[in-house]
Design a protein. Sequence first.
Length: 331
Amino acid sequence: MSKNLSEYVQIRSFLAGNVDNILENLTARREQSKINADDLFSWDIKTSGLANIRWNTNYPLLRKYTILVLEKEALGLYVSGNPLEEYQPLVHWVRETTARDDIFLVLIEKIKKVFTKSGTMMLALTITTLERDLEGLVFPKNALQISPKIEEKELFWVKGKISEKNKNKTKNNTNDKIDKTDNSSEESGTQEFAELPKLIIEEVCCFEQGVLPLFEGEEYPLAQNRAQLLMEQDWVKLKTNPTDFTSKSSHSNPTPTKDNRIKILRIPNTATKEQLLALKNRLTNTPTTDQDIQIKLEVQDSTNRWRKVKGEYWLNLAQLPEGLIYELVES
């Protein structure tokens, strides 16, 4: 801990541990001032004692996260920094391990239940993320499932996407269609959120559960080696010690190959559905060996364009499905 951070923590912890004593002293001063104002000639010898506050010297040192949460409660905004800053390495590792960029760590500040004209409930949340403060929006189709899981002033992992409607007013994009068909903020009485960037939340789980519950029910589950790394983490411990995670890469290999450069495996549009399913099974369920090479995938579409597949994988080319035609190129 640097000297400046140490002083910051000590001073803020001292103030947090003495806030009740300070308020008590201020209240006594206010009462005494009122008495003096009522009687011009009155003077209480006890008044001089109000200059001395009973300082509590036996106060605990707080985490910077806790101090910043208290700062927001007292002032209405974060002055000294983002409370999730110390979680940045962990969030980066989670996104790298899952090969997903739609995973967010959020601190829920306020929960607001909103009812549409049709009587269905949706949720409008005030949240803090690593990137910035956002409005969280849960549409009616997910609101009943998510509502019992969340509470204010707590950390949660969420799966979702950021929608900045104010920057795309003229575009009839997917987000606009969702807003109209799933009850827009004007229709639901949340007009104050209409022009603000929003995080459209699809799934949520408490911090201590880790991120694996976010992927339950997905058509394409996480690769076995990626899921194993996530299961090995002590998420309860990470809540208070966010840098204490096992920082192994999801494609770590105890015996790496001589050529460890990432290559691109191109699958042409002549591949059959059965071959693609067999390839998917190899990538997700086959343990890594010292014969594997690190690859990225590209699949050819009907217009002969190469489409990138999200994520990086380890694969033994000898284990490719029989009859599958492919092209291996340098990344």
